[in-house]
Design a protein around this ligand. Structure first.
Ligand SMILES: C[S@@+](CC[C@H](N)C(=O)[O-])C[C@H]1O[C@@H](n2cnc3c(N)ncnc32)[C@H](O)[C@@H]1O
Length: 300
């Protein structure tokens, strides 16, 4: 069943706040050079030299006072803290609500519905991504950076698939060739598609990455597609929000049956887990898998 959000979202999208304007930077103040210090006066205790006959000793004239030191430069004026207007606060709340709504929708529907919705109304995709970007900017660690660090130690000749790549950060950071896929191409590096059906030949990838992108109630299809795309012994890297797993051991067992043997499990981060699997020879048919809970963002 498809849901028409046109009325709700188009009205909301029309009210998106304009990008914040950066305050003009004041030109640096030129500092005046301090006047050179006057030459040291002769010591008061030194005896005056003898005068030639008939000459009167003149009263010593007071030394000219040194020019006053320039006043210290005033400290740079603190940027005035702008209070957000009621309208700006309402717009921010509306944008937050819109992000959470689309986010939850993506986690609870089959991906073909999301693909249809975003194809018809790409502005909804951008609204979702604006929200995701502002959420992830607050995280102390971003899984994409962890995965990029890991790829830094892998062969540069590897070919990698980044499934649900967002704005294709991985392709920008790493030296390997990266194929980036998402529902909407928001960058020229991104190929728009549903990651349940990726336009690449079988066994063409050395690594497949899902960074927080196992969204969609049919996410098992994404994993089966990853299995098709990986060469034998290719690597599957998954970063997921820890709270999405009801029972992570059971989940790992199911992936094992599907053809992915766990090789690394990193739960050191309090928010997300990083799992690494190697593609085995198993091609077990598995149409069902334990569902992952949707990742719901709290209202702030
Ligand atoms: C939470 S964001 C993560 C983005 C990026 N991987 C990161 O870690 O910054 C999830 C991304 O997966 C994408 N996505 C979800 N389901 C998808 C599907 N079926 N096909 C393609 N992309 C999908 C979303 O559009 C979104 O860009």
């Amino acid at each position: 069943m498809s849901v028409d959000f046109t009325g709700y979202f188009l009205a909301a999208a029309a009210r998106r706040p304009p990008p914040p304007q950066s305050a003009p930077t004041p030109a640096p103040k030129k500092r005046r050079r301090q006047a050179a210090a006057p030459a040291a006066a002769p010591a008061a205790s030194a005896a005056p030299p003898p005068l030639p006959a008939g000459k009167k000793r003149q009263k010593p004239r007071p030394l000219a006072a040194p020019p006053p030191a320039p006043p210290p430069a005033p400290p740079p004026a603190a940027a005035p803290r702008r209070k957000r207007s009621v309208q700006q606060r309402l717009e921010a709340q509306l944008a937050g609500g819109r992000f959470r709504f689309i986010n939850e929708w993506l986690y609870t529907r089959p991906s073909r519905e999301a693909a249809r919705l975003f194809a018809a109304q790409p502005e909804l995709y951008h609204a979702y991504h604006d929200g995701f970007r502002s959420q992830s900017a607050r995280w102390p660690v971003n899984p994409v950076d962890r995965i990029a660090g890991w790829l830094g130690g892998r062969p540069s000749v590897w070919v990698v698939g980044d499934m649900g790549c967002g704005d294709a950060q991985l392709a920008r950071i790493v030296r390997q060739e990266v194929h980036s896929f998402d529902l909407v191409a928001c960058d020229e590096r991104v190929v728009a598609c549903d990651i349940a059906h990726v336009p690449l030949p079988s066994a063409s990838l050395d690594a497949v990455v899902f960074s927080l992108s196992l969204m969609g109630s049919n996410y098992v299809e994404f994993l089966l597609e990853a299995r098709r795309l990986l060469r034998p012994k290719g690597v599957l890297k998954v970063a997921e929000v820890a709270s999405r797993f009801e029972d992570i051991d059971e989940w790992i067992q199911q992936l094992d049956a599907m053809g992915f043997r766990l090789t690394e499990r990193d739960e050191s981060n309090s928010h997300f887990v990083l799992l690494e699997f190697v593609r085995t020879s198993s091609n077990a048919v598995l149409n069902q898998i334990v569902p992952l809970k949707p990742c719901i963002y709290k209202r702030r």
